[in-house]
Design a protein around this ligand. Structure first.
Ligand SMILES: Nc1ncnc2c1ncn2[C@@H]1O[C@H](COP(=O)(O)OP(=O)(O)OP(=O)(O)O)[C@@H](O)[C@H]1O
Ligand SMILES: [Mg+2]
Length: 251
């Protein structure tokens, strides 16, 4: 391949190639990611697991363009994130990536509908009414659009956050411990929702989780240990995930 060109890889919505991330320098340098290559298949649900400090959040931040790799590259579709200036990267995050965190990060003073459409306001575009209707029905909050976040349960707030992440029709939905603050039952509903989005509208989802049951909702699990890829599991079950984690050592 000619230097500077990007291989068009239609199968992958997002690709990390030999990504290395070193924080700090000299004796204080910490290698958080050490040459990780992972492709996220378009329309697939992928979970990332690994011991504390193995580089999961760093992986997600590099994948999202929130953090720049020390070397290697990140491709969102055909776009090489390294080639983008800060403004363009911000724009890309707003329009092409959806984020869901453990904390819902909803704005208390805004209604549910205003929270969901906020990314569009930032992007300066109008809501597509039909799409808005579809996502609020899909996440099950169509009858709460005029409510404030404080009037909703934790699970409902997380579903609003998911709707907000979907409103721009992102190519990839990135989730960092999306069920971390929810009870088992409510967490399950959120996971079923994410899996349903993958199965019906072909949403590509990447989720970092500590929970083997949550990981079992994904099509495949990528394991990290000490900043390196430590295996991949297809069609994960909670038991298989636990067994693999145990073999990673220090779990
Ligand atoms: N901003 C930073 N500066 C220095 N070191 C960092 C920074 N961020 C992360 N690290 C280090 O990089 C390594 C990987 O951290 P990371 O947060 O990616 O792990 P993690 O797998 O998400 O862990 P956890 O499960 O505890 O959230 C750790 O050793 C961490 O201390
Ligand atoms: Mg983390």
């Amino acid at each position: 391949m000619v230097a500077g060109t990007v291989a068009v890889d239609a199968a992958h919505a997002l690709r990390l190639e030999s990504v290395r991330k070193v924080y700090g320098s000299g004796v204080n340098a910490v290698t958080a990611l050490d040459g990780v290559t992972v492709g996220l298949r378009r329309g697939a649900f992928t979970a990332v697991m690994g011991p504390s400090g193995s580089g999961k959040s760093t992986f997600l931040h590099c994948a999202a363009g929130l953090d720049r790799p020390t070397s290697g590259r990140v491709l969102l579709g055909e776009t090489d994130l390294a080639g983008l200036k800060e403004n363009a990267l911000t724009e890309l995050r707003r329009q092409r990536i959806g984020f869901v965190f453990q904390a819902y990060n909803l704005i208390p003073a805004l209604t549910v509908e205003q929270n969901i459409t906020l990314p569009l306001r930032f992007a300066g575009t109008r809501p597509d009414k039909a799409w808005l209707r579809e996502i609020v029905e899909r996440v099950g909050i169509a009858n709460r659009l005029e409510h404030r976040p404080a009037e909703l349960s934790g699970g409902q707030q997380q579903r609003v956050a998911i709707a907000r992440a979907l409103v721009t029709r992102p190519e990839v939905l990135l989730a960092d411990e999306p069920t971390g603050a929810l009870d088992t039952r409510t967490g399950r509903q959120v996971l079923e929702l994410l899996r349903g989005l993958v199965d019906t509208v072909g949403q590509t989802v990447l989720m970092v989780t500590h929970d083997p049951v949550a990981a079992s909702f994904a099509h495949s699990v990528v394991f990290l240990a000490d900043g390196r890829l430590a295996g991949e599991l297809h069609q994960p079950t909670p038991d298989l995930v636990v067994r693999r984690l145990t073999n990673l050592g220090e779990w």
